[in-house]
Design a protein around this ligand. Structure first.
Ligand SMILES: Nc1nc2c(c(=O)[nH]1)N=C([C@H](O)[C@H](O)COP(=O)(O)OP(=O)(O)OP(=O)(O)O)CN2
Ligand SMILES: [Zn+2]
Length: 141
């Protein structure tokens, strides 16, 4: 599958993991330049999340894969993205979706003692369109 090709992030952490998931969600882009996307429509979003760190927790996990699924799928699956406060500006574009997912994941990871980092969130909105959010080094909490 095309979705199984991922752009890589270069880093020097000891461990890296990747979590894939899909969510079904609707959105509309509230902007004059959005064309047909101003109307509410749905996508199956394909998401790949890259986490890295030097230390594992006492279960031997960098982060539990389930934690990542809970933060994204658990919150956004089968929803209208525009209804979430994170998209109050009315612009749940692919780029913004990737950034919002990164913010939620990074906040959760900041609470872990072993402190893994989310280095990349890839969001594929259609078979021909995807966006990536990669934080700047000083952007982590
Ligand atoms: N930079 C962005 N451009 C567009 C976004 C976006 O989020 N960021 N979104 C849209 C639409 O919401 C649409 O869902 C995706 O657009 P597009 O890739 O053009 O969809 P198609 O399936 O029609 O693509 P084809 O390759 O032409 O079949 C628009 N732009
Ligand atoms: Zn769309």
């Amino acid at each position: 599958m095309l979705q199984q090709f991922y752009p890589q992030v270069f880093h020097d952490f000891r461990y890296e993991l990747n979590k894939d998931m899909q969510i079904a969600a609707a959105h509309f882009i509230n902007h004059k330049d959005a064309g047909q996307c101003r109307e509410t429509h749905g996508h199956t979003y394909f998401i790949n999340i890259t986490i890295a760190g030097d230390t594992l927790d006492d279960s031997g996990f960098l982060v539990n894969f389930k934690t990542l699924k809970d933060e994204v799928h658990g919150v956004f699956d089968h929803s209208l993205l525009n209804d979430h406060p994170s998209f109050a500006d009315g612009l749940p574009t692919t780029e913004m979706v990737a950034r919002v997912f990164w913010e939620k994941i990074d906040e959760r990871l900041a609470a872990q003692e072993n402190r893994p980092y989310c280095l990349q969130v890839l969001v594929r909105e259609t078979p021909t369109s995807y966006a990536i959010y990669r934080p700047k080094r000083d952007e982590h909490r």
